[in-house]
Design a protein. Structure first.
Length: 323
């Protein structure tokens, strides 16, 4: 049966990769992307030449359409603290307001998919973090606009599932990196690579011992594709999707330095409420998505990402740093 799909945030880093996967579907009749290009880039979808695809530029919380959709995938939100801390109200509107606005556009019996975040676990007191962990969060802290709007959107969708039988799929994404990340994204991967290729000085906040689980985008989108539409799955989530091999921020900085001889690391004061660790418990993911894993090593993934950034900077890409 032909399917119409809406993706909010489809010009973003992860969203654009997911759009590529959707366009491989034989049952796809129409794919509408709504994106206000706040953090998304037209460059990320410039390669698409498919009559089923259309882009609507605008805010997801005020998006309107005369039709309804069989599937809605809600990704619209900045994910970098450097972006969401500047505009907290806008971040909250994108997550919660976006979900509230999109729900009536879903056809009866349609599926609503939402990309939540490992940030709902806060600065965790247990590691790795299972989906049952309720988190160690600060609802009034400097990261709250993002963390809490993701948590509230999860609550909204699961309550709609309880009350009205909404077919939902909710994932909690852990640190994801790869090509199409904004050069000015502001998180560790883009900062380190961009700094190595320009100033040669990599900024590490604190001592760099804080650890992350670095998931290469191809692996992460494999999991999203299977969970959101490809596999026949009854589980609705939340489901952790990420790499469960932790690597410290300092080790990542050292690896990037090895790619650019002469670059060096400079330590700065710790970022406020920067989580000490982040690692998914993938027990449930292995049951729901048998055979799936984030298999790309950080060395291989970072080399691919480094080369993409190098080409973007050389070409003066859409988000390339200004001289």
């Amino acid at each position: 049966m032909p399917r119409s799909v809406l993706v909010s945030g489809g010009c973003g880093f992860i969203g654009s990769h997911l759009v590529d996967r959707l366009l491989r579907r034989d049952d796809l009749e129409a794919l509408v992307v709504v994106d206000n290009l706040w953090t998304g880039l037209r460059d990320n979808i410039a390669h698409i030449d498919d009559p089923r695809f259309s882009l609507r530029v605008g805010d997801v919380e005020s998006f309107t359409d005369s039709g309804h959709f069989d599937e809605i995938i809600h990704l619209a939100s900045p994910a970098s603290p450097a972006w969401y801390r500047r505009e907290p109200a806008r971040t909250i509107k994108a997550n919660i307001g976006g979900a509230l606005n999109l729900l009536p556009l879903l056809r009866p019996g349609g599926r609503f998919c939402f990309a939540s975040t490992s940030e709902v676990y806060g600065d965790p007191l247990v590691s790795p973090q299972p989906e049952s962990y309720r988190g160690s969060v600060d609802c009034t802290g400097p990261r709250a606009s993002y963390d809490e709007s993701k948590r509230c959107t999860e609550a909204l969708l699961f309550e709609e599932q309880r009350v009205s039988g909404l077919d939902v799929r909710v994932v909690r994404l852990f640190n994801t990196y790869g090509p199409r990340t904004r050069i000015d994204d502001g998180r560790a991967v883009s900062n380190f690579i961009c700094q190595a290729l320009t100033t040669g000085i990599l900024t590490v906040y604190g001592d760099g011992s804080q650890s992350r689980s670095w998931g290469y985008v191809d692996d992460i989108v494999d999991g999203l594709e299977r969970f959101f539409w490809r596999d026949s799955i009854s589980h609705r989530g939340p489901l952790n999707i990420g790499n469960n091999r932790e690597v410290s921020v300092l080790d990542i900085a050292k690896f990037v330095c090895s790619l650019v001889p002469g670059s060096r690391i400079e330590h700065h004061a710790p970022a406020p409420q920067d989580p000490t660790n982040r690692c998914p418990d993938l027990t449930l993911a292995r049951q729901v998505l048998p055979g799936w894993e984030a298999a790309t090593s950080y060395q291989e993934g970072f080399q691919r990402t480094f080369e993409w950034f190098r080409q973007q900077i050389a070409a003066g890409g859409e988000a390339a740093p200004k001289a």
